[in-house]
Design a protein around this ligand. Structure first.
Ligand code: TYM
Length: 326
């Protein structure tokens, strides 16, 4: 059975892009593949952060993943910092990565440009991400387009380590969903919908109430002209609405475009589809959030099971790279 893994960093607010880009793709196949889903809390420390906020979001994200259907009996479900092998392997992989290679990461360039004080961990976090992936012998990593380059780095590091020190890691590949790999901001369709970077009007948050979701879609920026066509270059706002509708209905955006004569009709259909997709997740979240102790117990059990596998992989990597066994 092939292994699939993906992670979510507890900063900002989870939104429709996260849901259709990575949450739903990993969850729908959890019964037919060997699945690992985790909250990458260590990644939330790479930018200026509030400790109590990271703690709160970590529990919120875990609860939302369960609400979206992650089944702890069918997958390994855990918090990254509860499995110290992630950071142990991170160091061994840092010793396999060139400084220039880390500096070339687009997300590092973009995020460091926006910061006055750049943390070293912002430079090295793609290597931690590689450790997350390689620790579990992952074959496939369902992610949005923005994480593709990081999965490529994990591939390169796995190949390099295997060539230099003997076969140790499975070489992973990214899996991007067909139309939902880059859902754009509703208010600024030139930018991706972001957990922290989008304004409240630009992101369809998983915990938004139905009338809030509806209002955001109705107010979404569209393009000049009134024709409904799928053409992301020429009509970014309209095409984003079509991509959102496509991701909620599994119908191709080109075909959907033919069904509408005006932006208003398209927006009504998108609002209905988004509300129908996200409302069950929000309702289940409200139920689960009443029992945080249940969620914490699930996470503790997940970390315990994960450590059994992860410690063996770290042992192999340490032996291969030349460390004397204790
Ligand atoms: P994060 O938390 O920023 O995003 C979680 C997932 O959502 C995808 N995504 C999107 N997909 C479509 N449209 C969008 N607008 C959009 N915005 C975000 C992301 O591509 C991602 O798949 N570093 C990662 C978390 C991580 C990870 C890993 C992922 C840590 N270790 C190992 C995979 C494997 C991150 O911060 O994702």
């Amino acid at each position: 059975m092939s292994r699939r893994l993906t992670g979510f960093t507890p900063s900002g607010n989870l939104h429709l892009g996260n849901y259709v880009g990575a949450m739903r793709p990993i969850i729908t196949e959890q019964a037919s593949s060997d699945t690992v889903v985790f909250i990458s809390d260590l990644h939330a420390l790479t930018l200026e952060h509030d400790p109590s906020e990271v703690r709160r979001r970590t529990l919120e994200f875990a609860t939302l993943l369960l609400a979206a259907g992650a089944d702890p009996d069918a997958c390994l479900f855990l918090i990254q910092s509860h499995v110290p092998e992630h950071t142990e392997l991170h160091y061994l992989l840092e010793c396999t990565t060139g400084y220039g290679e880390a500096q070339r990461m687009i997300q590092f360039k973009e995020k460091s440009r926006r910061q006055q004080q750049v943390r070293t961990s912002l430079l090295t976090y793609p290597i931690l991400m590689a450790a997350d992936i390689l620790l579990y012998d992952t074959d496939e990593v369902p992610v949005g387009a923005d994480q593709r380059q990081h999965v490529e780095l994990a591939r390169d590091l796995a190949c390099r380590f295997n060539t230099r020190y003997g076969h140790t890691f499975t070489v992973p590949q990214a899996a991007n969903p067909p139309v939902a790999a880059r859902i754009m901001d509703l208010a600024a369709p030139g930018e991706k919908m972001g957990k922290s970077t989008s304004s409240p009007a630009g992101a369809l948050r998983l915990l938004d109430e139905p009338d809030v979701l509806r209002r955001k879609v109705i107010r979404a920026v569209t393009d000049t002209g009134s024709e409904v066509v799928y053409d992301p270059q020429r009509k970014p706002g309209t095409s984003n609405l079509l991509a959102i509708l496509a991701s909620c209905t599994s119908v191709e955006p080109d075909r959907l475009a033919q069904l509408f004569d005006r932006y208003g009709e398209l927006k009504e259909a998108v609002a209905d589809a988004v509300v129908a997709t996200l409302t069950p997740v929000r309702e289940r979240y409200i139920e689960l959030a009443r029992d945080p102790e249940y969620v914490r117990a699930v996470l503790r059990a997940g970390a315990k099971r994960a450590r059994e596998q992860a410690s063996e992989k770290v042992r192999q990597a340490k032996a291969a790279i030349g460390l004397l066994p204790s």
